[in-house]
Design a protein around this ligand. Structure first.
Ligand SMILES: Cc1cc2nc3c(=O)[nH]c(=O)nc-3n(C[C@H](O)[C@H](O)[C@H](O)COP(=O)(O)OP(=O)(O)OC[C@H]3O[C@@H](n4cnc5c(N)ncnc54)[C@H](O)[C@@H]3O)c2cc1C
Length: 364
């Protein structure tokens, strides 16, 4: 791996995940801009982007007028359009939100919130048992616009288009320090020094550390892990099945998702971990499987332990502290001249990426 000469570009995007890729596409459409994406890993899209559920969310749960709600709804449309135009694998599966206990938000609350946010497509069902076999609940909300996408293929497609527009991507290029200069920023990376007038910090789990490199101390990310179990045997459901969201929980509750290869998974759960690198398999797998089984059995019938085996995990870059009581919004903020921070881009960041990129372009 060779060092690069000291180079000067108009704009550096730090981070080659789906958000950095979407920003690179959006900015590279502007004629004459030299865009450089710096990715610390050997390949793009191997951070949070490759460790998620791949669900194209509809924008149901987030507070009205929040960036999460607005960019999710706008991003969903842009994502579907992108996938159709660029042959990225996706499927509009639809999703059921079912059942309720005292510890969960009521279906009515969720439905009303979605309506205020502008999600128009939801449908009530009070005859759920007739519509879907094998569920415990008899009432539910159906979201026909929810779907699934191949996150890695989506990220690669965005990055490929950015390159076609003239953007450059350098991998194995970890940004290690930043200096403010009279006309922009000088970034030191493991591949060399880069000068740029504009910097977009899209470094996912490390975006708070990058902000600190330029003297912005106000953001702290708390890594919040989610594990997945996969089904060893086929399941009969055609749609994604979610519980009503657990009250104040940092996740949506263990749910059933489908992948484009036809496999099914349960998860992710949500629990805070000490480091951003806590990806090792859980030691308490049996205990965890039992907890997943309990969650699944509240949703649907006919599931037992030998149907499940441990799959993988992802880590959410959360701005909500472990003792926090409410979710924090995305940060899309021009905190210094020519410097935009994208921080706390957890779910629905995959869905929202193209809409986030449009907000970034408006800030410049
Ligand atoms: C368990 C889980 C499930 C999720 N499910 C969904 C879902 O179903 N639907 C949905 O819409 N969203 C979902 N999300 C959220 C979604 O995955 C993220 O919002 C999205 O992937 C964030 O992309 P990103 O580009 O910001 O981050 P990343 O993909 O992590 O990209 C950041 C990149 O920056 C690089 N980087 C870091 N530090 C440096 C540095 N110093 N120098 C250079 N490069 C650096 C990293 O290597 C990484 O590649 C989920 C997230 C998790 C954790």
């Amino acid at each position: 791996m060779s060092a690069i000469q000291s180079i000067q570009v108009d704009c550096v995007v730090i981070g080659g995940g789906v958000v950095g890729a979407a920003v690179a596409v959006e900015l590279s459409k502007r004629s004459g801009q030299e865009i450089l994406v710096l990715e610390k890993g050997p390949r793009i899209g191997e951070g949070v982007t490759s460790r998620n559920s791949g669900v194209i969310h509809a924008g149901i749960y987030y507070p009205p007028h929040s960036l999460k709600a607005e960019t999710c709804i706008e991003g969903q449309k842009l994502l579907y359009q992108w996938c159709e135009e660029h042959q990225v694998p996706f499927r509009k599966t639809g999703k059921w939100i079912v059942g309720q206990t005292a510890e969960q938000e009521s279906l009515e609350q969720i439905y009303e919130n979605a309506k205020i946010c502008g999600v128009k497509s939801l449908k009530w069902s009070s005859t759920l048992a007739d519509e879907v076999d094998g569920l415990f609940a008899d009432r539910g909300i159906f979201s026909p616009e929810t779907g699934i996408v191949d996150p890695y293929a989506y990220c690669a497609s965005l990055m490929h288009s950015a390159e076609e527009n003239g953007a450059m991507i350098i991998s194995n290029a970890q940004v290690t320090s930043v200096e403010t200069t009279r006309d922009g920023y000088t970034l030191t990376s493991s591949r060399g020094e880069i000068r740029a007038q504009t910097v977009i910090n899209a470094a996912g789990l490390d975006s708070d550390d990058i902000a600190r490199m330029v003297g912005i101390e106000k953001y702290t990310l708390y890594p919040c892990r989610g594990d997945y179990f996969k089904f060893n045997t086929p399941v009969s459901f055609r749609q994604l099945i979610y519980p009503a969201k657990p009250k104040n929980a940092p996740g949506l509750g263990v749910h059933l998702t489908l992948s484009l290869d036809g496999s099914y998974r349960l998860g992710p759960d949500a629990y805070y971990v000490d480091t951003k690198e806590s990806f090792q398999d859980p030691v308490n797998q049996d205990e965890k499987r039992d907890a997943f089984l309990m969650s699944a059995r509240k949703l649907f019938k006919a599931v037992d332990a030998n149907m499940l085996s441990y799959d993988t995990c992802g880590i959410r870059p959360k701005l909500r502290a472990p003792n926090g009581t409410k979710e924090e919004d995305f940060v899309i903020s021009k905190d210094l001249p020519g410097w935009v921070n994208l921080i706390g881009i957890e779910s629905p960041g995959l869905t929202a990426a193209l809409a986030i990129a449009k907000r970034v372009a408006q800030l410049l």
